[in-house]
Ligand binder design. Sequence first.
Ligand SMILES: *[C@@H]1O[C@H](CO)[C@@H](O)[C@H](O)[C@H]1NC(C)=O
Length: 353
Amino acid sequence: MTGKVVMASLAALAALVSTVAAATTATVAYDGSVCASVPIHKILAAPGGVYRLRDGRELKAKVVTVGGCPASTSVQTGAAYPAADKQTNYTAFAYANRNTECLTGATRGGSAPPTYKAFQAVVIEANGFRFSTALVMEGIDAQAEGADPPHGRRETMTSLGMAGGAVVRPDVTTMPGALVSVEPFKVPKAALAEVGFPSAQDLTVDAAEYTSLTENKNCAFMDDEADQCKAFVSYTDPIDRLLIAYAGTQPSSDGTTDGVAFVSALTLGCGCQCAEKAGPTRTIVPLPGRTDRCRSVPNTQWSFVCDFRGALWCETALSTRWLLTEGGEGACVHIPSLIQRRVSPYAPAAAFG
Ligand SMILES: *[C@@H]1O[C@H](CO)[C@@H](O)[C@H](O)[C@H]1NC(C)=O
């Protein structure tokens, strides 16, 4: 599944949530929390350093220069992109290509994996909860002029998550026909320490790399409809810390052109503060091998409901509910329903900023 599909299904879920919530409030445990789309530059620019989602959850973010990879003087990592548009959903990533400080090396048949030892990064942290999320890394391109393929500046981006101190890897995909592909890169533990991802070992990660050997393309902002310079990142396993890293794989031919790429808003799943449903519950399940006959049985799984006093965070998920159309056992039908799925404790710290 591509990240695009994940984003689309979140949107479909949002649409379903509003329809179902409006039509059958009484039967669906959904409190109307929004599905959020959060531009990263807005988290970085939040007053007091803490960005509060409409549902009360808090995020903070910081820009990190790793391994002495110099920032660009023209475009700032973490700034709105384009800079003049404060409402833009996109956030810039940029490095100075003066020398070779920010280069990972390129993937070439049989060579050692390129290494993210010096790069520009943004790290986002959640205040006491985990979240599933999707984002798109865009403009991972090449120097278009003055360089013959496969020479000239080329770029790479990667993302890594953490949950309770353990590394979580996202799904990273590209579109058919893309000039960017997903390749294994190494991230040394020293670099991981600099971004607050403590690891006993160097890690191998899936990075998006401009790998075309026949074309050097500059994918300008909003001018990449075929998704040639994009990578779709999706975390279905919830995380509490998110790293996005950007570097070059090889230098520009004139040694001066800075690398610039940009990242979409983060899409966060719908959810609510929640608690275990109190007391014994019963559920309706189909008889073995049937879809038209059901019976009522004691519930063997925990179920969760939105509860503003709850100590958990849940995300809303699509499920199926069975309805008996007669008595305690008999004919039944199934309908789509929304359930709350526990993703993590919800224990925000009072002093988070
Ligand atoms: C940003 O994304 C949101 C959610 O997809 C959308 O509603 C909004 O129009 C976008 N904003 C801009 C400036 O494109």
